[in-house]
Ligand binder design. Structure first.
Ligand SMILES: Cc1ncc(COP(=O)(O)O)c(C=O)c1O
Length: 431
């Protein structure tokens, strides 16, 4: 471990990796790091610095890093081979486990990433309903494919049902297929769904949209209107699945969709995601029951590979143990409350919207109900505060989410709240 080696690696990353990293998230050079290893709630960089991790790889490390149950399951599978394409025992075992756990699931289909899961969910819905358009909510993040990159981060209220494209390179024609409406606006959403019912295959929703909780009656209303009009309701549970409750958002909010997408925590930090749902709708994937020309294509080489599936089985074994979700709630609620109190002590209006296991820290005293509300928070303050946390060894993604793992302890929260307080003080001083 040494700072020189980290500097060398960062220089190589800047040189050889497109954009110098893995995506849109870029830290300032003086705070940038290369992770050398992770264990439990912590990671260490190549310069030897220890960080308490509240990013958890953007969610997958719900069990903490290198959980012994997951590493043992993977180590057992590794010498037997890493991928066969033909059926393997761990994927069948995991499939049974998922169907038992996920409220809407009669069957599951594996994919490699959350993006693929939502992409195929929309294709399945189109094949089933024989309609083509889909509706999403303004500010919802469903991954990187062309049908999702409309209205994810608009700077101002959209011209509903049209919303601006998020990324260059997305064909304009895909925008004709995507309708956008505000989250938590029951009347607006129901009216738009009714107006476009003749052409709508699916409504896709993040039940906890980023850090916005659904207001009472919102998900219920979406469920009612889609059921009444024969439109497939898709819950994107890629963040919420096995995190905000064992049965995910479906259990937490008491609404059952037709299809649901799972990723991140579902496979213990390994690249596997899942489309789960109703047997009749999912039968469009079934080459046993229909001519090949009528089957949805959703086959990828590494789907359900035994390493990821073995990791998933081990992760679900751990998460199903008594007390796990109580612990996540306890730790997360302590941290949320502590951040708000610390902010108030230093004169900052700060909120921690979301659920205990995953929440945001937003600088505003206005209510947060939808995406447009989120665009009006003080992001500059959020960035400066996050930089102070990073300097003090808390790994966070500025203006995004805090993720809690089952390994975060009360002692971690005691330490974190001291750091949080110092960070507020530093921001106030203008450091
Ligand atoms: C709610 C939600 N859906 C879908 C995705 C896309 O998943 P992936 O990054 O695995 O493609 C994400 C990623 O952050 C997400 O948060």
């Amino acid at each position: 471990m040494d700072a020189a080696r980290q500097a060398e690696l960062l220089a190589d990353a800047g040189h050889y990796l497109a954009g110098g990293g893995t995506g849109l998230f870029v830290l300032p050079p003086e705070l940038n790091l290369v992770v050398a290893r992770g264990e439990g709630s912590r990671v260490w960089d190549f310069a030897g610095r220890e960080y308490l991790d509240y990013h958890l790889s953007s969610g997958p490390a719900l069990l903490g890093h290198a959980h012994p149950a997951v590493t043992a399951a993977v180590a057992e599978q590794l010498p037997k081979g890493t991928t066969y394409f033909f059926l393997n025992e761990p994927e069948i075992r995991l499939g049974k486990r998922l169907v038992e756990a996920i409220p809407c699931a009669d069957v599951v289909h594996y994919t490699g990433s959350g993006t693929e899961a939502t992409f195929y969910a929309l294709r399945v819905a189109r094949a089933y309903t024989k309609r083509e358009k889909v509706l999403k909510f303004e500010g919802a993040w469903h991954g990187m494919h062309d049908y999702n990159l409309w209205g994810t981060v608009p700077g101002k209220a959209s011209d509903y049902p049209h919303s601006p494209v998020d990324s260059v390179g997305v064909p304009a024609v895909t925008g004709d297929m995507v309708l956008v409406t505000p989250f938590n606006d029951i009347a607006g959403a129901v009216a738009m769904i009714e107006r476009h019912a003749h052409e709508l295959a699916a409504v896709i929703v993040e039940p906890l949209q980023r850090v916005l909780t659904p207001e009472p009656g919102f998900l219920e209303a979406i469920r009612e209107v889609t059921k009444r009009l024969g439109i497939v309701l898709i819950f994107d549970e890629i963040v919420t699945g096995f995190r905000i409750a064992w049965g995910g958002a479906q259990e937490r909010y008491g609404v059952i969709p037709d299809l649901a997408c799972y990723g991140k925590a579902v496979s213990g930090g390994f690249p596997l995601a899942v489309l789960a749902g109703d047997a009749e709708i999912m039968s469009v994937l079934d080459a046993r029951s229909r001519p090949k020309s009528e089957v949805v294509w959703a086959t990828n080489t590494l789907n359900g590979n035994p390493i990821c599936a073995a990791a998933g089985c081990a992760a679900l074994d751990v998460l199903s143990q008594p007390g796990i979700f109580e612990h996540l709630h306890h730790i997360g609620s302590r941290l949320r409350k502590g951040i708000v109190e610390s902010g108030a002590r230093h004169g900052f209006a700060v909120q921690t919207p979301g659920e205990d296991a995953v929440f945001g820290v937003r600088f505003t005293d206005r209510p947060l109900r939808n995406w447009i509300d989120l665009t009006q928070v003080d992001k500059d303050l959020g960035w400066r505060w996050s930089m102070e946390l990073l300097k003090r060894g808390l790994l966070v993604n500025p203006n995004e989410k805090f993720y809690i793992s089952i390994q975060h302890s009360d002692a971690d929260i005691d330490h974190t709240l001291t750091v949080v307080d110092d960070a507020f003080a530093a921001v106030k001083r203008g450091a």
